[in-house]
Design a protein around this ligand. Structure first.
Ligand code: DGI
Ligand code: FE
Ligand code: FE
Length: 196
């Protein structure tokens, strides 16, 4: 995919997303590109996955549910009706259907960008982390530390993000997806010696 096609995706996203979400999207795209440069992974794929990671974010919950059904994605009880968890799964279906993305690595990075998953690929870790640290984010705890860590030790940055996300969810009382917990346990164990 050339730069003209990536610009076309960005322009389409500008129409589909609200202003704030579009600015966040551009921030994730260039932060993901920068992390890909740092870790020697495919810069173009990181930019595309960053651009599209929230492509379904501004749809209503019913539309997200029907996209997931269409894509044959099995939803858990916690995911059903929860836009925070549905938009990433629905986004992977929409990226294929409306934006013509077929690369399974990109689609998977979009699908798991909210909860992560144990043993993420570098590209998946990059999108997961870029989403949290992009310049437009302001409210997360430890943001300056995590931003630095992301460029020093990506696995540690992923572990810190999961730890803070679980702490945040425990204050809001929102249901925690089993995948978020499993991912945290995996990175916690990994950082304490030996990949599981
Ligand atoms: O879409 P964004 O706002 O850019 O960011 P995101 O996709 O990482 O996360 C959306 C929200 O989902 C964010 O407030 C954190 C929340 N989240 C992450 N893991 C879980 C979760 N929400 C629930 N209910 N359960 C989880 O396990
Ligand atoms: Fe998201
Ligand atoms: Fe996002």
């Amino acid at each position: 995919m050339d730069s003209r096609q990536r610009l076309r995706i960005a322009k389409q996203l500008e129409k589909e997303l609200n202003y704030k979400r579009f600015i966040h999207t551009m921030g994730v795209a260039y932060t993901a590109s920068s992390l890909a440069m740092r870790y020697g992974t495919d810069v173009e794929k990181a930019e595309i996955a960053g651009l599209l990671h929230d492509c379904a974010k501004c749809m209503d919950t019913e539309e997200m549910m029907s996209l997931c059904r269409e894509g044959g994605i099995q939803l858990t009880k916690i995911e059903s009706g929860n836009p925070a968890l549905l938009h990433s799964k629905a986004g992977s279906v929409l990226a294929r259907k409306e934006y013509g993305i077929t690369d399974p690595e990109i689609l998977s990075a979009i699908a798991c960008h909210t909860t992560g998953k144990p043993g993420m690929t570098r590209l998946e870790e990059i999108v997961f982390t870029a989403d949290y640290i992009e310049p437009g984010r302001t409210s997360a705890r430890r943001l300056p530390e995590i931003r630095q860590e992301a460029f020093l030790d990506l696995d540690e940055a992923v572990r810190m993000i999961l730890s803070d996300t679980l702490a945040y969810l425990s204050t809001t009382g929102e249901p925690v997806d089993g995948m978020t917990k499993e991912t945290y346990e995996y990175y916690e164990k990994y950082k304490n010696g030996g990949k599981a």
